[in-house]
Write a protein that binds this ligand. Structure first.
Ligand SMILES: Cc1cc2nc3c(=O)[nH]c(=O)nc-3n(C[C@H](O)[C@H](O)[C@H](O)COP(=O)(O)OP(=O)(O)OC[C@H]3O[C@@H](n4cnc5c(N)ncnc54)[C@H](O)[C@@H]3O)c2cc1C
Length: 247
């Protein structure tokens, strides 16, 4: 017999969009009110399904941007020529309906009891589930040391910048800008390489817990780099967005 938990997670349901808020020129955060939501964990994602008038459907996954206990939210980057993200970022309005199922995923999640120290590595929109982890850390009163290393193309491409710059209760945030940087920028530049990882990540002796999310190439480079630094592979968790989520 189907249990409530299984039905809630795997069944498509129609959520109401309660707000659409720009984050950057190409990224919006969408808050949702699903009628049958059993709660989510920090790091999980949900699936969205769009159906055209002729019945054609397209499904995509989106990380949940909000902490457990907060209203369900996703943050979507517009991909030029994409099938789903242009609709979500340009056409969707508060009051619209959106079909979704979730929450999904039990591996790329963090609970305060998992401890740390936490090193969070984000490439582009890969920051979304890591933001949920940071919010969960803050809301739960966890004092686990946390550091976010965030690779973005330019400063205006940094998602959640206002929130991240407030420090998230002692969590440290390090940006590296890969395409261009504003005059007077004293932060990091260039792609995330071994030198920056060695400098900005916790020493392996502290037995850190790593979460890496972004485009596949970013995730693979960063994960291999941490393991080279002596991190235990089972403490390096990865989530790949595919070719998308540019940095
Ligand atoms: C677990 C998970 C969580 C995710 N979470 C998020 C999230 O929080 N926010 C978010 O914005 N996205 C997220 N994604 C990515 C998301 O699911 C979609 O892939 C993305 O929105 C693009 O979908 P689309 O339909 O607009 O583009 P598509 O129509 O799927 O893409 C069009 C084509 O362009 C190609 N392509 C994609 N990116 C590039 C690129 N940079 N350069 C060249 N070609 C490219 C694709 O391979 C495809 O062939 C997540 C993916 C996964 C698997």
């Amino acid at each position: 017999m189907e249990t409530t938990a299984v039905r809630g997670r795997l069944t498509w349901q129609v959520a109401t969009v309660t707000s659409v808020t720009p984050e950057t020129g190409s990224v919006v955060t969408i808050t949702l009110d699903p009628p049958d939501w059993l709660g989510h964990r920090a790091g999980q994602h949900l699936d969205v399904r769009l159906t055209a008038d002729d019945g054609y459907t397209a499904e995509r996954s989106y990380s949940i941007a909000s902490a457990p206990g907060e209203q369900v939210a996703i943050t979507v980057e517009r991909l030029e020529g994409g099938e789903v993200s242009p609709y979500l970022t340009e056409d969707l309005r508060a009051g619209d309906e959106l079909e979704l199922r979730g929450p999904i995923g039990g591996y790329f999640v963090w609970e305060p009891a998992d401890g740390g120290p936490l090193i969070l590595l984000a490439g582009g929109s890969g920051v979304v589930p890591l933001r949920a982890i940071l919010r969960h850390r803050r809301r739960s009163g966890s004092e686990v040391p946390a550091r976010l290393l965030y690779s973005a193309r330019t400063l205006p491409d940094v998602i959640y910048r206002g929130e991240l710059d407030q420090g998230h209760d002692g969590a440290q945030v390090v940006y590296t800008l890969t395409r261009s940087h504003p005059p007077g920028w004293t932060g990091r530049t260039g792609r995330l390489g071994q030198a920056l990882l060695a400098e900005a990540a916790w020493a392996a002796e502290a037995n850190p817990l790593a979460f890496i999310c972004g485009p596949t190439s970013f995730v693979e480079t960063a994960a291999a780099g941490l393991v080279d630094l002596g991190y235990r592979p089972e403490r390096v968790k990865t989530e790949r967005f595919g070719a998308t989520g540019g940095r």
